[in-house]
Design a protein around this ligand. Structure first.
Ligand SMILES: NC(=O)c1ccc[n+]([C@@H]2O[C@H](COP(=O)([O-])OP(=O)(O)OC[C@H]3O[C@@H](n4cnc5c(N)ncnc54)[C@H](OP(=O)(O)O)[C@@H]3O)[C@@H](O)[C@H]2O)c1
Length: 345
């Protein structure tokens, strides 16, 4: 059994990793950390897990991590992970980081949009954990930068079409909506009940830090420089993310050719479900699971394409993809711990 530690297990993403690891056939939870809840049982904070988890929160103790874990998930806000991950990697542990600290190949982009990077040497060895696209690199990685939720929902439909040159590199527009858990458990004005309920708002227009992450990976797929227009929205539900992506078709390809391209690219990837003609995904039908569902439609001119993708922001957009990365890093069945069925009603 692989011994798993989670640093930041009191937050939404960390607690979701606890839920998934508890059902994992080859991994067991041995260490969880929280500053505010240290000494308390996990189930005092998350009673839904009563009877399944019997572990107390510790403070972030590197000696305990060294003795009690083989692999560590980091579910902390950006900037803190890069100050602790080097010591954990130097202990010979594998690390999956959910923050943005190790997601960028081009560190100047990270530094432009976040802050100075304090562990550049370790960034050089990190792999971007978009499982279906970078599986070969993830298999050999000791440090994975787990993708952001918006990038996951936008990159998965676009990358196969760019690689196959079926769509134009210009004029890509992604209009994405996220449930409020995307903002984390820590209270903030934007996620306050009175701000978020019965309202639907765009935010960080032309200013969201996921844009450079999306563009870096579109550039790799297209072997060119791509600019995307990306507008995130907050929608009054707890979890779920839907991206509507507008693109121009760059060939005589018809809707079926585009669907075939996606079906072929993801043929051996159990978490990607491509919808048939005139069927479109929604967040309800992926809730609580690691699926990314994708639907598409061309207009009558055959020149314009709309792609719709739906994920659960806390699962495929965070904790589920992180566990999928763990499975790939350790040569386990990719679906281990992630085999649950959505509960739409
Ligand atoms: N929520 C999502 O949908 C989502 C999706 C993709 C990626 N992510 C990424 O996952 C990470 C965690 O996000 P989240 O949504 O789970 O946030 P969250 O609910 O706010 O949880 C943050 C966690 O970090 C800990 N923490 C906060 N400040 C800290 C500090 N200065 N030192 C040590 N620990 C600190 C908190 O624990 P204590 O205060 O108890 O110590 C808590 O466990 C972030 O990097 C986020 O970008 C989140």
């Amino acid at each position: 059994m692989l011994r798993v530690g989670i640093i930041g297990a009191s937050g939404y993403a960390g607690a979701e990793i606890v839920r998934i690891i508890t059902q994992h056939p080859h991994a067991k939870l041995t260490f969880i950390s929280s500053r505010q809840f240290k000494g308390k049982n996990f189930t005092e904070i998350y009673p839904a897990m009563k009877g399944f988890v019997n572990l107390k929160y510790s403070e972030l103790d590197l000696e305990k991590i060294k003795a009690e874990t083989d692999v560590v998930f980091i579910a902390l806000p950006h900037k803190i992970p890069m100050s602790i991950i080097p010591a954990i990697i130097d202990m010979g542990k594998k690390v999956i980081d959910l923050s943005a600290d190790f997601r960028f190949s081009d560190i100047t982009k990270y530094e432009k949009h976040y802050q100075p990077h304090t562990a550049k040497k370790y960034n050089d060895q990190s792999v971007y954990g978009l499982c279906e696209v970078y599986k070969k690199n993830i298999e050999k990685a000791s440090l994975v930068g787990n993708p952001g939720c918006y990038p996951t929902s936008i990159l998965l439909p676009l990358i196969p079409l760019l690689k196959s040159r079926l769509i134009k590199k210009e004029s890509i527009i992604a209009d994405s909506k996220s449930g409020v858990s995307g903002a984390g458990r820590t209270p903030a004005h934007i996620s306050h009940y009175c701000s978020a309920s019965e309202s639907f708002k765009a935010y960080k227009i032309y200013a969201h830090r996921h844009t450079p992450e999306i563009e870096e990976n579109l550039n790799k797929a297209a072997a060119d420089n791509i600019s995307i227009i990306f507008t995130p929205h907050l929608i009054p539900m707890s979890r779920g993310m839907l991206s509507t992506i507008y693109v121009k078709i760059d060939s005589s390809a018809c809707e079926n050719d585009i669907r075939d391209c996606l079906n072929n690219f993801y043929a051996h990837n159990p978490f990607i479900r491509i919808y048939s003609e005139n069927n479109f995904p929604d967040t309800q039908n992926v809730r609580g699971t690691n699926f990314c569902d994708i639907g598409l439609k061309t207009d009558p001119s055959g020149q314009n394409l709309i792609l719709i993708s739906a994920i659960d922001n806390l699962v495929k957009g965070a904790a589920g993809q992180a566990v999928q990365n763990l499975n790939i890093m350790y040569g386990m069945d990719e679906t281990s711990g992630l085999n649950n069925i959505p509960y739409p009603l």
